[in-house]
Ligand binder design. Sequence first.
Ligand code: PNS
Length: 183
Amino acid sequence: MGKHKKGEEQDMGKVAIYPGSFDPITYGHIDIVERALEIFDKVIVAIAVNEEKRPLFSVEERLHMVKAFFKDTPKVIVDSFKGLLVDYVAKTNAIVILRGLRATSDFEYEFHMASMNRTLDTHLDTLFMMTSKDYFFVSSRTIKEVARLGGGVEGLVPDLVVRRLKEKFKLPVTKKKHIRWDD
Ligand code: PNS
């Protein structure tokens, strides 16, 4: 940690990189960013450009949605990156990669990714934060599926994302406030 300093002269304080697909951003992601801001001075939300994953939203659309949400939060920087995450991190002032962990099912994937990143750059650590109980079942994948099938995702993603999903799928999104277990 601490090796990744571009321009040591400009002290941005403690910076964390929060990478992901954010296809689209959910309140689960936002919860992690907001809690991280209590620990770090800045959080860079880094949207991966990975066309192999066949994202629903283009990187421009994803950037727009994330930037719109954090427009009044100067401690959050929103950016996109291509290629290896470790290479992107090295160009920033970040000292750590931040990831959210929802359940044990996330663990193996996250463990592999953190281990690979640390192998590629032995100075780079990944910090995990447990997702809040309100959002542990929320993933971009399930949000897209529910929205595509016409279910309500209000309260789980920002209003702008609800609207964008509705436009993508050309379907009305119901007025239901939350998805509940018994729905
Ligand atoms: O939200 P996601 O899809 O779980 O995020 C995964 C992401 C974007 C963080 C990961 O795929 C990534 O870092 N991609 C960049 C390419 C890279 O560095 N791969 C090696 C890490 S194992």
